[in-house]
Design a binder for this molecule. Structure first.
Ligand code: XIL
Length: 352
């Protein structure tokens, strides 16, 4: 009896208080602390673009990459200029190492990208041949890469950025030498090389430009009717905090889903300084960035779950974002700051 009274009088209230305190602390920690991986909060894969050199040489980068994310897109390594720098000379040493390492960490790999108008080797650009010659050159590129990683890379951006803002096809050397059928051919060859792989068309601006989006959706719906193996669309989602029409973004995601394409938000970053002005980082912009990401995720989660292929961020830390080097402007578009400290956008993501 005395023991029972003691239990109710002192031990239980103490235990209750302790549970309450650790519970609260856990909630706080769960949001920003790195011990619980970001991907564990999500029902779909959370990916990141991975730079091969940083992965090898920066231990903190590597640690965050393999602990927070469960999918990786090679940021540059699989682009033609790197993977086939000379005709028929493939740079497998680096790509094999990349794939084996990330696989050993249980990460999925999303192949990026087979056909694009940028980052091609000079020999490809200057290739001499008639239409058949160009076709077999492209077929070989696709067969070799997709075939080699048949068991390890189960999804691919087959064609990247083939459309213009007005919905017309981009004038690139593939269009010039093969004609518009280069797109469907690329998908068929990728499928032949790995019938199991999910195949994507990937582009920017589709989330905010209805003309481009509709053209792309129509084009690939027609191809699919013809039996071309296309599984999904990648909306790159390079956006900025000054674009506030979230209804427009939600509508874009719903339209893609209504046409039964898998949907990959494939290169997400949210710029704070899109015009490249003199800029001082401030809490309001960080909060707007976090809120915008939250809204994007909410919209994404409202589409049919089986079409949610995943969300991939285009980099880990602001310091290494392509926006800084490519556009030469100071910006803070990603989830981690220069010292790999998680930003509000990271913490907010864990609340989805
Ligand atoms: C970018 C890389 O992040 C940069 O390192 C590189 O210098 C240029 O390409 N759309 C794409 C990506 O599909 O492949 C691009 O990646 C960013 C825009």
């Amino acid at each position: 009896m005395r023991t029972l009274r003691r239990l109710f009088g002192t031990v239980l209230p103490f235990m209750f208080l302790a549970m309450l305190l650790t519970g609260c602390r856990k909630n706080q920690l769960d949001n920003c602390d790195l011990q619980t991986p970001l991907f564990s909060f999500s029902s779909f894969p959370i990916g990141v673009a991975v730079d091969d050199l940083l992965l090898q040489n920066d231990s903190m980068y590597q640690h965050i990459c393999v602990t927070q994310f469960n999918r990786a897109s090679p940021e540059n390594l699989f682009k033609p200029a790197f993977i086939q720098p000379e005709e028929n000379l493939f740079n497998w040493i680096e790509s094999d190492r990349f794939v084996e390492f990330l696989q050993s960490k249980q990460m999925r790999i999303h192949g990026h990208t087979l056909v694009w108008h940028q980052q091609n080797p000079a020999w490809m650009d200057q290739f001499q041949g008639d239409r058949t010659g160009w076709e077999s050159m492209l077929r070989n590129h696709i067969y070799q890469i997709v075939g080699r990683y048949r068991s390890s890379i189960l999804s691919w951006d087959v064609v990247n950025e083939a459309f213009m803002e007005d919905g017309s096809l981009r004038q690139n050397f593939w269009l010039q030498h093969i004609g518009p059928t280069y797109i469907e051919k690329a998908f068929r060859w990728a499928h032949e090389a790995n019938p199991e792989a999910k195949l994507f068309y990937n582009d920017y601006g589709m989330e905010t430009n209805p003309t481009k989006r509709n053209a792309v959706i129509q084009f690939f719906s027609n191809l699919r009717l013809k039996g071309v193996p296309i599984d999904g669309l990648g909306l790159q989602m390079h956006v900025d905090i000054h674009f506030t029409d979230m209804i427009m973004i939600e509508k874009a995601l719903q339209e893609v889903a209504a046409h039964h394409f898998l949907l990959h938000l494939s290169e997400v970053d949210i710029s704070l300084n899109p015009l490249g002005k003199d800029y001082t980082l401030n809490n309001k912009d960080l909060k707007d960035q976090a809120d915008m990401m939250y809204r994007i995720c909410k919209s994404y989660k409202s589409i049919q779950p089986n079409l949610q292929f995943g969300i991939t961020f285009w980099g880990i830390s602001d310091q290494h974002s392509w926006i800084r080097s490519y556009f030469n402007r100071l910006d803070y578009p990603l989830l981690f700051d220069e010292n790999y400290v998680p930003k509000p956008i990271y913490c907010q993501l864990k609340k989805i």
